[in-house]
Design a protein around this ligand. Structure first.
Ligand code: GLN
Length: 201
């Protein structure tokens, strides 16, 4: 069984945990740095990134998370994407800096721009419903970043190696494709790790 933790210091964590469980994955809530120890992957949910940072500044959580996202698959949605991005603007803000992207917070306006759109993606299965809640804008991405979907030209779903990031909230739609993709990324990563460990042992 795969175990994918959901960061649960604040924000929209419960819906992510439910989607993961519906896909047959163990989904413990991560509230303390030591909860990261036995995870195969991690979801960083939406919420308020400044509030996340405040919580994470306690008991070495920020550094533990930084180590985790550099070694295991991690999936950010909305505020989670802001935490993963290398460059955060509006205003400039500290981040874990593992996703080669520039992100502008609240770039589509305040509460007004909470919206639902149908958008094409590179995933099979046709257009996808995307729920945006005070979403950030991915203004630019580095060469190593694969863009899986765009909204009016801006990337909204991107992947860079073990990192997956969405500016929308896939956990709030019935469509499971984004979570299924992440679960598959985690499965592949775990296989690669156990192969290396078997070889070393
Ligand atoms: N506006 C939030 C931020 O800047 C993100 C909103 C969300 O996660 N739904 O952190």
């Amino acid at each position: 069984h795969l175990t994918i933790g959901v960061l649960a210091v604040q924000g929209a964590f419960e819906a992510h945990a439910q989607v993961l469980r519906s896909l047959g994955v163990n989904a413990p809530l991560v509230r303390l740095p030591e909860d990261l120890a036995s995870l195969d992957g991690l979801i960083l949910p939406g919420g308020e990134s400044t509030t996340f940072l405040k919580h994470l500044e306690r008991n070495g959580f920020f550094d533990a998370l930084g180590t985790f996202v550099r070694h295991r698959p991690s999936f950010g949605t909305c505020a989670g994407t802001i935490l993963l991005a290398k460059d955060v603007r509006n205003p400039v803000q500290k981040s874990l800096a593992v996703l080669d992207a520039t992100v502008e917070r609240n770039a589509y306006g305040r509460q007004i721009d909470s919206t639902i759109q149908e958008t094409e993606t590179t995933l099979p299965g046709g257009p996808m419903e995307m729920v945006y809640i005070r979403a950030p804008r991915i203004a630019s991405v580095g060469d190593g970043v694969e863009v899986l979907a765009r909204r009016n030209g801006d990337p909204v779903l991107v992947r860079e190696g073990r990192i997956l990031a969405a500016t929308f909230h896939p956990e709030l739609s019935a469509d499971r494709r984004v979570h299924e993709l992440f679960v598959e990324m985690v499965r592949q990563d775990k296989l690669a790790h156990s192969a290396t460990e078997a070889h070393a042992g």
